[in-house]
Design a protein around this ligand. Structure first.
Ligand code: MLT
Length: 267
């Protein structure tokens, strides 16, 4: 069910599904997506209370006041406050994982578990920064649609992408409905984000790492460098999977997320 709230005069859209009790699982979407990216995945998490947030500038949420993962983290916190949720398991896909790490630093007491779903705690490499700057230029020059059309096919393992053009076109169409300003703010926010190794080192909660063996955005080697940081880590590398495990390996991903949630709920 879709809801909106106003935080500091700004609209934040979110979805709240499943039972109203039990440890909430909060799912955050990645870049150029919104909370609907989890739609097909959700039935696999049947029985859990699930909150999905449209990060500022995406879906039904207003543009962020300024770019930054901290602004996204504040929006997630505003949704939890609105729902009177004190603690949750927070799982973020890629840029959603960068947001979840920022949330973990700002509001550690609100977390029972943190999930990095094709994500990692490190800052951008110089090459990645350059790519983001080029992306900002492209989108600001009015080529948002081209940018989005080039983005999505690269998120999947090659074999899966070839076999599923319909799904990729659907994601591209949805991506084209995100505003150019929201996309630019996300690129600027990711460009400026900091290294969250310390956040993981200091974590008093279990951390899930879900990686894809064919992910070209968050490579396995990079993800595995982070798994030694927290005290308690749940580590999975999905074979033949790119950056979009919720579509590429949905059954396995759901089993992993549910297993992590159960572990956190028992603690
Ligand atoms: C995402 O899927 O959120 C982005 O690809 C993350 C990134 O560009 O680092």
């Amino acid at each position: 069910m879709k809801h909106t709230l106003l935080a500091n005069g700004h609209r934040i859209a979110f979805r709240h599904d499943g039972p109203a009790d039990g440890l909430p699982l909060v799912l955050l979407h990645g870049f150029c997506e919104d909370s609907s990216v989890w739609d097909d995945f959700l039935p696999r998490l049947n029985g859990l209370q699930i909150v999905r947030v449209d990060l500022p500038g995406f879906g039904g949420s207003a543009l962020p006041l300024s770019p930054g993962m901290d602004v996204y983290a504040d929006a997630v916190c505003a949704v939890l406050n609105d729902l009177s949720i004190e603690r949750c398991v927070l799982v973020g896909h890629s840029m959603g994982g960068y947001t979840a790490l920022e949330f973990a630093e700002k509001f550690p007491e609100r977390l029972t578990g943190l999930g990095l779903f094709h994500s990692h705690p490190f800052e951008d490499s110089p090459e990645r920064r350059e790519g983001r700057r080029r992306g900002i230029e492209t989108v600001q020059s009015g080529k948002r649609d081209l940018y989005v059309a080039q983005l999505f096919p690269n998120l999947f393992a090659e074999k899966f992408a070839k076999a599923n053009p319909g799904l990729i076109n659907k994601l591209i169409d949805k991506g084209k409905r995100q505003s150019a300003e929201g996309i630019v703010a996300a690129l600027e926010g990711m460009l400026a984000r900091k290294n969250h190794s310390e956040t993981l080192r200091n974590s008093a909660f279990p951390v899930l790492f879900l990686l894809g063996s064919e992910d070209s955005i968050v490579q396995v080697e990079q993800g595995l460098q982070a798994v030694v940081l927290p005290d308690i880590a749940d580590i999975h590398v999905l074979p033949g999977t790119g950056h979009m495990g919720m579509f590429e390996s949905p059954e396995k991903c759901a089993e992993i997320v549910r297993g992590f949630w159960e572990f956190c709920a028992r603690k």
